[in-house]
Design a protein around this ligand. Structure first.
Ligand code: WTA
Length: 686
């Protein structure tokens, strides 16, 4: 099985990015583009119509979809205003819809006042107080059911605890937590009092945590004594201590949840236990009524530079995006048990764990651990045990579990499932078909959802009762989302299957508002092309003859490893920070399970190891990158060379390196290389 079957799709000849910006892909500028072909999936002709009984019960059928689209196309702003009035509970209703006067800093509904936590909790109390909000299952098998009333009380108590520790409106709070209900409680408590959370994925290293604490200017860190994953305890508090000992910024307080019972050091005056912080706190807390544009959270994501960017979202628009996509794409109903497997450290875990399901008054499942504990049937066992009806995960998980065969899922009763979803990377048709057949029993529609940290909510995806699906395509943009595939001039590509740039042509409510503390980077990265008219997603895509969108990959130096974004520069910076490394270049190569794997070329300060092999050093560099960034950034391959291949103007020839990493024939002109011998070294032949 190959993840992507190469089907050469010509890519426009273009030098897209200004060299000074952070989105430079040097190879794109320095090397001839007309030879460049991007991997894309084989032409896929299978079409899966929604089943009649699904259509009958669906919130949106084909006619409703057409009506929504007509409305959105004729009156874009009026359309969104109507959704915002219907879906959000306002403390003070808005009168202005979209303010473009400071574009590209768009503002939505900006004279409206509301609170996101109130929208997720309080408004359900009368009708659904006893309904289960969260079903939790820990890796070790412990389970909890939390009703809306209980969740509201716990959020209020923790919100009061935050206030008692001096946290107020606009303060940044870092969360570094395991996948337990308290992570959601902490997020909800922050937004309840108008504080801005920034969740750092528990798999990131102390170093990565430190960078985010400093960049956000955080006043508090909320963490745990640990979390269970893969049969081990992930020591979050120890990593927090290390991060804070290295940080130039001193936070006032660290709140520590007791999850594993593992002994941790507590620094007097700074650290306090969660259970002590909430003791004696009342279980009611008036929400902070904030403007629609009040910053809701920051979430750091990788770009083309070594420094992750803090994507900032705004309260009302973001929540509207999460709610509306829960309804349209997930067809959420009161009796659903919704399970999104994403960690709260990623945007998917924000929109479809911490906010979207709760804002819709749904019941959601949360699972703490690894999908392979105690065996590769854990996801299916959790689905069966808690009668999940909607299951949303990443292609990398599907591919990994598919490897274990059909027998394991067959041991579990998956009859409760009615809808499946994927996110994070293109899904190869083979994995799609397996998901459809073995998990969905050919009964459940699959929604392949394209979106980004920056977009806040799903943008391109099928509405399961209205749109026929094709394995590997995220299908059509949602109503009100004006997505297009354009050439280097910004003109729509009308010819089917011609690759181009994926852009969004009109602002949408859940869009990012800025990059925290880096205004310039916001403008350049997302609005730096096409005269600032369009939002540049950073992905290449094509549309087939039916107008279906097929995502082809990134156009910048961003890798997608297991559905997680990583900048090649980030990994390169980590490598050159090692005392023995002089230079490094990192590219992606296709991988069956993770989609892309990290392939690093390294030039050492001393001599190159004999034959290019030094197992101990290779292991040490892998460990080094893990401690600098996290395990997801660990290179799968490291090759040593005397120097890196460069163009006459000194740019690393990344396309050449990519071809080598993929084991492809070298078609690039290498006659300008000063040292042709390195070609053998790069290919691992010498
Ligand atoms: C990729 C995750 C193909 C894409 C929600 C995008 C996808 C990046 C899909 C964003 C999909 C996400 N098909 N590619 N359905 N969904 N991507 O910010 O390259 O972690 O730009 O957000 O993932 O990753 P992020």
């Amino acid at each position: 099985m190959r993840f992507q079957a190469p089907a050469s799709v010509a890519f426009p000849v273009v030098a897209l990015h200004n060299r000074a910006t952070d989105t430079v892909d040097s190879a794109f500028i320095e090397e001839p583009m007309n030879e460049l072909t991007l991997d894309s999936m084989l032409q896929e002709h299978r079409l899966f119509e929604p089943a009649q009984d699904f259509i009958h019960r669906a919130r949106i059928n084909a006619q409703r979809l057409t009506a929504l689209q007509d409305k959105a196309n004729t009156d874009h702003e009026g359309f969104w205003a109507e959704q915002a009035r219907n879906e959000l509970s306002w403390h003070t209703p808005f009168t202005r819809i979209l303010d473009s006067s400071q574009a590209p800093h768009y503002r939505w509904f900006d004279d409206g006042v509301l609170n996101v936590s109130h929208n997720c909790l309080d408004r359900h109390l009368a009708s659904r107080g006893d309904k289960t909000a969260i079903i939790f299952e820990g890796e070790q098998g412990d389970t909890r059911h939390i009703s809306y009333r209980e969740l509201h009380q716990q959020v209020c108590r923790f919100a009061n605890a935050l206030k008692a520790q001096g946290i107020g409106q606009g303060d940044r709070v870092i969360l570094y937590m395991p996948m337990v209900p308290e992570a959601v409680i902490a997020m909800q408590a922050c937004v309840r009092i108008g504080a801005i959370h920034s969740v750092v994925f528990g798999g990131f290293s102390a170093e990565a945590l430190k960078d985010r604490i400093e960049d956000a200017g955080a006043r508090m860190v909320i963490t745990a004594d640990g979390g269970h994953r893969g049969g081990k305890v992930i020591e979050l508090k120890a990593a927090t201590d290390l991060a804070l000992s290295r940080s130039t910024l001193k936070v006032d307080k660290v709140i520590v949840l007791q999850r594993t019972g593992k002994a941790v050091g507590m620094q007097p005056g700074r650290d306090l236990w969660w259970h002590d912080a909430i003791r004696d706190q009342p279980d009611r807390c008036e929400p902070a009524w904030v403007g629609a544009e009040h910053p809701l959270f920051l979430l750091y994501t990788s770009g083309s530079t070594g420094k992750p960017k803090g994507i900032q979202h705004a309260s009302a628009g973001y929540l509207l995006g999460a709610i509306i996509t829960m309804r349209w794409v997930f067809d959420i109903r009161d009796d659903d048990i919704f399970w999104c497997t994403a960690d709260v450290g990623w945007i998917t875990g924000h929109s479809y764990v911490a906010y979207g399901p709760l804002a819709c008054g749904a019941t959601m499942l949360m699972y703490e651990g690894a999908p392979t504990v105690p065996d590769a049937g854990r996801f299916w066992a959790v689905c069966a045990r808690h009668r999940a009806t909607i299951f949303y995960t990443a292609p990398t998980a599907i591919r990994a579990l598919m490897k274990f065969g059909d027998e394991i899922p067959a041991r579990h009763d998956l009859s409760s499932l009615r809808l499946l979803g994927t996110v994070g990377e293109p899904i190869n048709p083979e994995a799609w078909m397996w998901y459809h057949r073995v998990i969905g029993h050919e009964r459940c529609p699959i929604v392949d959802t394209w979106w980004q940290t920056e977009t806040g909510a799903i943008m391109i995806a099928p509405l399961p009762g209205a749109v026929a699906t094709k394995p590997g395509s995220c299908t059509l943009p949602l109503p009100g989302i004006v997505a297009d595939v354009v050439d280097q001039n910004g003109d729509t590509i009308t010819e089917p299957d011609q690759g181009g740039f994926l852009v969004i042509k009109k602002p949408w409510p859940s869009m990012l508002r800025t990059v925290w503390g880096d205004e310039e980077r916001y403008r350049k990265t997302y609005w730096g092309e096409f005269g600032g008219r369009y939002y540049l997603a950073g992905d290449s895509a094509r549309r087939d003859a039916d107008g279906y969108v097929w995502i082809m990959g990134r156009i910048d130096d961003v890798l997608n490893v297991s559905g997680h974004r990583l900048g090649t520069m980030e990994v390169e910076s980590a490598l050159v920070a090692h005392p023995r490394v002089a230079e490094a270049a990192v590219v992606g190569r296709p991988d069956e399970i993770t989609g892309e794997a990290i392939f690093a070329y390294v030039v050492l300060k001393g001599p190159r190891p004999a034959g290019g092999i030094d197992k101990a050093l290779t292991e040490e560099l892998r460990r080094w990158v893990t401690s600098e960034i996290g395990a997801i950034a660990r290179p799968s391959d490291i090759r040593y060379a005397d120097n890196l291949p460069k163009t006459r103007s000194g740019k690393i020839m990344r396309r050449l390196l990519r071809a080598i990493a993929r084991g492809e024939a070298i078609t690039q002109d290498t006659s300008t290389l000063e040292n042709e011998a390195i070609l053998d070294q790069l290919q691992g032949k010498a």
